[in-house]
Design a protein around this ligand. Structure first.
Ligand SMILES: Nc1ncnc2c1ncn2[C@@H]1O[C@H](COP(=O)(O)OP(=O)(O)OP(=O)(O)O)[C@@H](O)[C@H]1O
Length: 239
């Protein structure tokens, strides 16, 4: 089933034509890496899927609903099935880890037990710490744990591993892959780390000059003679 269907999407900021014509589909259970240089329009594209950014032309269907003409009831339904992890902010600084999980559990009406989340995400040693006292990596892990509380069908992550050390990055990816395998949820994320794309993503969406190209598998890219996704990226995208 198509979770996302985008046809001829266009988006400008004033004179700056960021997305010129994008076509894209995502199916249930896929892990999709969105790549492209700084300013290529990756976040703009993800924010459109998150239903928080207006677009100028084309169609964007999420869970079968066209976003530009969606009713407020349907929009609420769509949003309930999406979780988003942005770069962590200091927004929650006066709450402790376990308090934050309780808060979001209540907010989402989630059946998931906070204790099991603390255990699954190895957050127990940090449960009494205030959010702003956590390191950047643990803030990211906690943000992901909060995103999972709603048991989303679609998880959207904007540069989830930026600034994480290799162990933390590995841990975060284990959670993402485990969530994907267990629930069949779709994951779409931006990254500048091509090794991650090669290791963990099924599908690749490259945005360059406002146009996109979809590669159905990373293997498909490597079969064309590139030794790595990094080599492919450097050859494909001009500086
Ligand atoms: N709210 C906005 N108003 C005006 N211009 C914007 C706005 N948001 C983004 N832009 C511009 O749109 C272009 C695409 O930005 P976007 O953040 O989508 O790129 P990106 O691929 O996510 O970049 P990065 O990899 O650096 O995070 C950039 O030129 C940016 O300056």
């Amino acid at each position: 089933m198509n979770i996302i269907e985008v046809t001829d999407l266009t988006k400008s900021y004033g004179e700056n034509e960021v997305l010129k014509s994008m076509d894209f589909q995502a199916q249930e259970g896929e892990v999709i890496g969105v790549i492209g240089k700084n300013g290529a329009g990756k976040s703009t594209f993800l924010e459109t899927l998150m239903t928080i950014k207006q677009y100028d032309g084309g169609t964007v269907r999420v869970f079968g609903k066209e976003l530009s003409s969606i009713s407020s009831g349907d929009l609420e339904q769509v949003r309930r099935q999406i979780s988003v992890v942005l770069q962590p902010t200091q927004f929650y600084k006066t709450l402790k880890v376990e308090e934050l999980l309780q808060l979001f559990k209540k907010y989402y009406g989630s059946q998931v037990e906070v204790e099991s989340v603390l255990a699954d995400f190895k957050l127990e040693p940090h449960r009494k710490k205030y959010f702003d006292k956590l390191s950047g990596g643990w803030k990211q892990i906690l943000s992901l744990a909060i995103a999972f509380l709603s048991q989303p069908k679609l998880l959207i992550l904007d540069e989830p591993t930026t600034g994480l050390d290799p162990h933390m990055r590995n841990l975060l990816w284990q959670y993402i892959k485990e969530y994907n395998t267990r629930t069949g949820g779709t994951v779409i994320l931006t990254t500048h780390n091509m090794d991650e794309v090669e290791l963990y993503c099924d599908k690749v969406l490259l945005i360059d000059g406002g146009i996109d190209e979809i590669f159905v598998t990373t293997e498909q890219i490597l079969k064309t003679g590139y030794r790595s996704i990094n080599e492919f990226y450097l050859a494909k995208v001009s500086a």
